[in-house]
Design a protein around this ligand. Structure first.
Ligand code: DHB
Length: 386
């Protein structure tokens, strides 16, 4: 009897193994709980929406999506990446926040798993593994352009208020380099803790310095708190121009910000108000599926799934990381944010950056695009290549 069970169990295992060989598993490691859970929620909802719209079979292979919560703890992301590769035998990984994406990189390299960076906005991340390909954005892409725009529009003295982690440092670095190059002066750089931020003392300090412009970076999920404290301090009526990369007018939070951010100009890669038909359909489908407005984080997940699906079509279902990353390089497609492509040299995203102004449409604030910088590459990688 015991003997029979053993063989039966082994046979079941073999059958499961055979079935698995037909499947493609994608493991996304995201902050589904904790302080940055809105990022995980947006990302996961968009990835699921992509699958609902495009089916769960590509090149004859059934796609399985596995979502793991790293609680935005880098050590968790590393352990989860190991478990997904060893136990689940995933064929693709999706990386989230910068610290997690950094800690998972050696695992993706050793395990030889193609990994789509769907959230992180820090330049260096894609250099950390030859199997990393980015569909999100870099902070530099947006921060340099808004610095140039501010100079062109009369800004002379700026203060930076930055969330104190790698993406904030990068946003500040690129903004300040361009602003100073354009003849501007940076009066101070103020760093706000990432966890449970209280912006009020920093905003007061910034105001006391009497700049004409305030450059602010806060990550997705913090724009609502920031906007409230910004208007409580009266800064929305102070005459100081608030600018930044797109994160401060996050579409996930904009509907709750009342009049606080009206008139704010940012350089961003995605607005839910982008006027293409593809985006209108995306925003409507996303809202129907999740109840929320799609934001700049969500398109990283949606396009990340597109990149994986398209790569599988091209490799005819082969998931070998070198083959997959090989076809991802140079891939170009129409995203809800506009035309995007993967730089074949850096595996980083090339995308339009739009200058947008927050305006009320039908009673809600939206970031309305009014100028386009086409096909922008990550400026830090471009500078390093010179
Ligand atoms: C990153 C995360 C964010 O939520 C954001 O708004 C910008 C950057 C990051 O992980 O790099």
């Amino acid at each position: 009897m015991r003997c029979w069970s053993f063989f039966a169990a082994a046979a079941v295992l073999t059958m499961a193994g055979a079935a698995q060989a037909q499947d493609v598993k994608i493991g996304l490691i995201l902050p589904m709980t904790g302080q940055q859970q809105s990022t995980g929620r947006q990302e996961a909802a968009a990835a699921k929406l992509y699958m609902a719209q495009h089916g769960d079979t590509v090149a004859g292979k059934k796609i399985e999506l596995i979502i793991k919560d790293d609680q935005s703890v880098p050590d968790n992301a590393k352990r989860l990446a190991q478990e997904l590769i060893v136990n689940e035998k995933v064929n693709f990984l999706g990386a989230g926040l910068t610290p997690s994406a950094m800690s998972m990189a050696p695992i993706a390299t050793e395990g030889k798993v193609a990994t789509v960076v769907m959230v992180s906005g820090t330049s260096v991340v894609t250099d950390r593994s030859p199997y990393y390909v980015r569909t999100s954005f870099t902070l530099g892409q947006q921060s340099g352009i808004i610095a140039d725009w501010a100079i062109k529009n009369g800004s002379k003295k700026a203060v930076s208020v930055l969330s104190d982690w790698a993406p904030g440092a990068e946003a500040g670095k690129v903004f300040e380099a361009n602003f100073i190059k354009g003849g501007g002066q940076v009066l101070d750089t103020l760093k706000v803790p990432l966890a449970n931020p209280d912006f009020s003392p920093f905003l007061q300090r910034a105001r006391d310095l009497q700049p004409d412009t305030l450059f602010v970076f806060v990550p997705a999920g913090q724009a609502g708190t920031f906007a409230r404290q910004f208007s409580e301090r009266g800064l929305d009526k102070s005459g100081i121009k608030l600018i930044g990369p797109g994160d401060i007018v996050d579409d996930d939070d904009l509907p709750t910000t009342g009049d606080a951010l009206l008139g704010v100009v940012t350089a961003g890669m995605y607005s839910a108000a982008h006027p293409s038909q593809l985006n209108k359909d995306y925003v409507a489908a996303y809202k129907k599926a999740s109840g929320h407005r799609a934001n700049f984080i969500s398109v990283g997940g949606y396009d990340g799934m597109h990149l994986i699906y398209s790569a599988l079509e091209q490799t005819k279902g082969n998931t070998d990381a070198d083959a997959v990353v090989g076809v991802m390089k140079g891939m170009k497609w129409e995203s809800p944010r506009g035309t995007i492509s993967i730089d074949p040299r850096t595996r980083d995203i090339v995308q339009n950056v739009y200058i947008r102004k927050v305006q009320k449409v039908n009673g809600e604030p939206w970031a309305i695009e009014f100028e386009t910088f086409p096909a922008v590459k990550d400026p830090l990688k471009e500078a390093a290549a010179k």
